[in-house]
Design a protein around this ligand. Structure first.
Ligand SMILES: [Mg+2]
Length: 364
């Protein structure tokens, strides 16, 4: 089998009620769909969501089609590690990390979609599955227009069946954080697992101060308190606090995970399949963190993340939005049973996008 063509298309969905975290507002609503066609008729898919900065999607499309596609045309899609090496070789001149790795990751996911489809198996089984379902939490607790909206959305995902929720913190005062946490605990009980995410909003001193307050409230983990570059500062948080520190959504490739693990920067690592890489890189990130006795949770949901988490022994959680919403564009619909999302039996990564959705939302 040979790769015949790569196509990157941009979809756009209007964001009616933009959600915010401590520092950012997500209003772009764009997705780059990467399609890799083979000479045997199998087509591999990857989706790259762009939450902020609409032009990012245009740049990624150009990078995929003009720079990376010519490298892979004519290659055997089963040679995922060889293809990754060639892509690193061409992206190396301007830097592999950053947007170039969005491209490398999308290609790797689409290749593993082809591999799974060729073998007529979900990719997790081709990779060597260790489970067929993964506990999921919902990231429902963003900053919306008003407090009422926030509680309504948190209760809706609990009603839907999620057995853990993540709340954004750090946009305002510590008192505001505590009020948000207690408002959810009042509705769902103090035993209901809650994670908090500061999205890089603190410095080390502030993270220690707020971390102590979160651990008093029984919070499951404190996510991304610092900028991703501050791995040694993060290691000092691990020493100073009892609450687990979770980081990694802004790390590119196994090398940044390796540096963080060496520094002792966290207990939970959260690869993002746009930035960290595809299954090829995830298996290696899984191995590095597993060897160090640490855990993996995805940054982001959908069938691609479910396939990767089901193949990583130290995975503990899938991040997800409401499945009603997450399933909108995908041909494969995820199912949740008792708070766990099931590995879909769709051959491949489950990343195929519905053709009617593409038709309705394609802008380039
Ligand atoms: Mg986060």
């Amino acid at each position: 089998m040979k790769i015949a063509k790569l196509e990157a298309i941009i979809l756009e969905v209007e964001v009616k009620n933009p959600a915010s975290d401590a520092l950012h507002t997500y209003d772009a609503g764009r997705t780059v769909v990467t399609r890799i066609f083979t000479d045997e008729g199998i087509v591999g898919y990857a989706t790259t969501h762009i939450g902020r900065g609409k032009p990012t999607a245009d740049i990624l499309k150009m990078l995929l089609e003009k720079e990376l596609a010519p490298i892979i045309i004519g290659e055997d899609p089963f040679f995922t590690r060889q293809i990754r090496k060639k892509l690193w070789g061409v992206a190396d001149y301007h830097g592999v990390e950053g947007l170039a790795h969005f491209g490398v990751s999308a290609i790797d996911i689409a290749l593993w979609d082809i591999v799974g489809k060729a073998m007529n198996l979900p990719t997790a089984k081709v990779l060597g599955a260790c489970r067929d379902r993964i506990p999921a939490y919902s990231m429902a607790g963003w900053y919306y227009g008003g407090e009422k909206d926030f509680i309504v959305r948190c209760l809706a995902v609990a009603e839907e069946g999620f057995k853990a929720i993540k709340l954004k913190v750090g946009r305002y005062s510590l008192e505001d954080d505590i009020q948000r946490i207690k408002a959810v605990q009042k509705e769902l009980g103090t035993a209901f697992p809650i994670m908090v995410d500061a999205n890089q909003g603190f410095d080390e001193r502030e993270a220690i101060k707020r971390g102590r307050a979160y651990q008093e409230l029984g919070i499951r983990w404190l996510e991304e308190p610092l900028i991703p570059q501050h791995k040694e500062n993060s290691a000092r948080l691990v020493q100073a606090l009892d609450i687990p520190i979770a980081i990694g959504e802004n790390f590119y490739s196994k090398h940044q995970f390796y540096d963080a693990v060496k520094a002792g920067a966290a207990s939970v690592y959260q690869p993002d399949n746009r930035r960290a890489g595809g299954p090829t890189e995830w298996l290696e990130i899984g191995a590095i963190t597993d060897a160090a006795g640490l855990h993996i949770a995805s940054h982001g949901g959908g069938p691609a993340n479910v396939n990767m988490l089901c193949a990583i022994p130290n995975a503990i959680y899938l991040e997800s939005g409401s499945l009603k919403h997450e399933n909108d564009m995908m041909a494969t619909q995820l199912q949740m049973v008792d708070g766990e999302v099931l590995l879909p039996d769709t051959p491949g990564m489950g990343t195929e996008v519905r053709s009617d959705f593409i038709k309705a939302h394609r802008v380039d």
